[in-house]
Unconditional design. Structure first.
Length: 433
């Protein structure tokens, strides 16, 4: 994890101390159930819990691992230094992946909780700005070219709906990833009773993995990181829109520029969209975890460890980057400046050509073929593009058009309220709940 893009609460989930604390709890709960089943002495289970307040020495565990070349064995050896002789009853019938995979499930579940909280902040910010600018008319663009009017509120509402869908996806992915496997070597429970798995799952807030090999099936993880990738893409969707709106030629919106902030080391006039550019980059980092997670699904037979090195990286990195990006997105949206006057200027910049479709439809209703109607509107539209002026005036001066439509009818086709008459319908769909 890069400190610059990692918030403390997410870093705490992935810290070595947090990991070893989870490992300890898995082992201690498993030993409790083993004692209840009569596999190990009850006194041994109680002895394990004497280490519950121990702050495990990460440097000491690293020192042991340097010799034994095995992280779980290194931890168990260090645990024995605190528990004493009864530590021989710890890890009875378990395999390393039981601890590692169950721990990863706990960490991803906890990370998901932070991500969901951050998504709620984004959703709240989007809803607030959508309501604020529900009727702030602006030009809509397709291919980057002026199309028909929309509103700033509809832009925010669209992003809200996308984030709402992604929140539902993350809730499902969180549930799917939160499974526990305490099934022993190859996953057959030959040396550990399934009741141990059920007990550990309950204590750790997980569900039981229905069938594991020596690892939890990696399609769960692939789905999880794919959902993170979708959320990252939703963030970039917003970021790219803001970056375009902040361009000097457009300037309909811009990131908040604080007092004393500087945009360029060379050009003092600059106000660069640095936050949303950063969000675009972070989205790429999060999505970079998706393909490796997919490739982790196919392991050799009942397990290999080709997935392990991947997950040690993408687990903390993808969740940390996404969490940081979500919090930055929420803040950026909350403080985003919308230049309503500039929205109006851009809307009116090209002589009302955004009404071309309405004129086209009116001509077809008046009896002209669609091909002829298109030709009549297009030639006047191109004249407006190339020579300037107002489309409504060019149409009124076109005898072929006025032969079909009265001047009064033509003028009525340039009412901007026409384009916004169903904004309430869309908002009711998006914000009905």
């Amino acid at each position: 994890m890069i400190p610059r893009y990692t918030r403390p609460e997410m870093e705490a989930i992935w810290s070595p101390q947090a990991k070893y604390r989870i490992w300890f709890e898995i082992e201690a709960h498993a030993t409790d159930k083993l004692a209840e089943l009569g596999v190990v002495p009850l006194s041994a289970a109680k002895a394990v819990w004497t280490a519950k307040d121990v702050e495990f020495d990460v440097a000491r565990i690293d020192e042991i691992e340097a010799e034994v070349k095995h992280d779980v064995i290194a931890f168990l050896t260090h645990l024995a230094e605190h528990v004493g002789e009864d530590a021989r009853f710890v890890h009875q019938g378990l395999t390393s992946s039981d601890v590692l995979d169950t721990c990863l499930a706990v960490q991803l579940k906890r990370a998901s909780d932070l991500l969901l909280e951050a998504m709620d902040k984004v959703l709240a910010a989007l809803k607030t700005r959508a309501m604020e600018h529900k009727n702030t008319i602006c030009i809509g663009r397709s291919h980057g070219i002026h199309a028909e009017p929309t509103t700033m509120g509809l832009k925010f509402a669209r992003f809200y709906a996308e984030f709402a869908r992604n929140r539902e996806r993350l809730v499902r992915a969180r549930e799917e990833i939160a499974t526990c496997a305490i099934s022993g070597a190859i996953g057959t429970f030959a040396n550990v009773d399934p009741q141990v798995e059920a007990h550990v799952a309950e204590k750790m807030g997980l569900s039981v993995e229905p069938v594991s090999t020596q690892v939890i099936p990696r399609d769960r993880h692939a789905n999880y990181f794919a959902v993170l990738g979708l959320i990252a893409s939703a963030i970039e969707n917003i970021a790219v829109e803001v970056r375009h709106l902040q361009r000097s030629e457009v300037r309909e919106a811009q990131e908040y520029f604080s007092k004393g902030q500087k945009g360029s080391s060379a050009m003092p006039h600059k106000r660069n969209p640095i936050l949303t550019e950063n969000l675009t980059g972070l989205a790429r980092l999060v999505r970079s975890a998706v393909v490796p997670a997919m490739e982790n699904v196919a392991l050799w037979h009942e397990r290999d460890i080709s997935h392990s090195s991947v997950e040690r990286g993408i687990g903390p990195d993808a969740t940390a980057h996404l969490h940081f990006a979500l919090m930055r997105t929420a803040s950026m949206i909350e403080s985003l400046i919308v230049h309503e006057d500039r929205c109006r200027e851009n809307l009116e910049a090209y002589g009302g050509i955004h009404n071309s479709q309405r004129v086209l439809l009116a001509l077809t209703q008046a009896g002209a073929s669609r091909e002829d109607s298109y030709r009549l509107v297009q030639r006047n539209g191109m004249k407006t593009w190339d020579e300037g002026g107002q489309l409504v005036e060019h149409l009124k001066n076109d005898a072929d058009v006025t032969a079909l439509l009265s001047v009064e009818t033509i003028e009525s086709l340039f009412d901007e309220a026409y384009h916004l008459k169903h904004v309430d319908t869309i908002f009711n769909r998006v914000f009905a709940d």
